[in-house]
Ligand binder design. Sequence first.
Ligand code: IMP
Length: 434
Amino acid sequence: MSHPNHTTVVGIQWGDEGKGKIIDLLASESDVVVRFQGGNNAGHTVVVGGKSFFLHLIPSGVLHANVKCLIANGVVIDPKICIDEIIQLKERGFLKKDENLLISQNAHVIMPYHRLIDVARESDAQKTKIGTTGRGIGPAYADKVARLGIRMADLLDRERLKRKLIPILEEKNFLLSHYFKKEPLSLDHLVEEYHGYGNRLNVYIGDTSSVLAQAISANKKILFEGAQGILLDIDHGTYPFVTSSNTVAGAVSSGAGVGPRYIGKILGVLKAYTTRVGTGPFPTELEDGIGDFLQKKGHEFGTTTGRRRRCGWLDLVGLKYAIQISGITALAVMKLDVLSGLDQIKICSAYRHRGKILDIYPSDSDVLQEAEPVYETLAGWKEDLSHVQTFEGLPLQAKKYIGTLEAMLGVSIEMISVGPSREQIIHSSPRVGS
Ligand code: IMP
């Protein structure tokens, strides 16, 4: 049985599902909100009182005065971005109490050479272009695993930081100058700059896993906030067109330092259609007027990079796989309002690959690239949904769309979002078992 006080929220497509809004809603009933993977490649947009907040690193729970936000060990942190977000939040009247934000001493730091290498690799015509966010995420995680990383605690001690950076920088500067033909970085400047960030963030750095253990013992309500989406998982996603962390719900355990039994209810968030930023296979992509309609009506531009998101129909093969890999127990469907106005809506129920029907998600990206979607077609609806407050209040065809998804996915849809603001959400009672 899942832990009754805890909820894990993960995206079950390629990110940008609208997790920020769901996390914001659930955070109002939580004591602690925890980020456990990813970095400032993520971008959550939350609309409060007509104002938009763009958060990349700090959990969106920070918009609630009594919520404690943890950035746990599994996250990679660009300290400058973190400081900028703290300043912006404080200027707008949030994060009044410093003790409401705690950053793991063990979280790895994104260093300038990580960003430089990320961008240089992406612009190398001979390498597979992933379309990364250019934030240094992949190189930072690579150094963590190679045991060459700088961790948040290292920023607090100038001598230790310097000692660790000397051999690392020797290697990185060799790579930067001889392979990528870039300027090498100065050790002294790096030590000064990053020790300075350590001083600024000192008050926030601590042992997030112990704080979490105490919160669990005290029966606090804990919300684990996933970033990106399951199809971008480094192991289970569409490799190599993925991000460099585990995005599945199981990553909570290693990324936050809690036992798997504390992951709690696992809520999967999906958009009523599909989007993807960056390169990689996308069988249901629409490169036509309907794709443009979804892109424009859904304002599908990345929060982090401003890139135009690729758009397409919902892909149930990918969703079923994501649900299975993460043990999703409930669903939230976002942006249902965007589909209003379409004559027909299609759902991909299987793929056709070299004459064969595939209903299991292929682990090979080349197969996925060649796969053609097999669609079920449903009638659309014309009504505007932005003021609908109950499931019963939805147009018949919208109810049918939701009902079809639930039946095909076998998991209950508990929330349906019909607009960006906190109020535009339909809570619907479970109709199918999970
Ligand atoms: P990286 O995480 O910057 O290394 O980028 C790797 C891939 O993940 C690229 O296709 C990015 O567009 C994608 N990606 C990373 N973060 C997000 C996100 O928050 N939303 C959607 N896509 C993302």
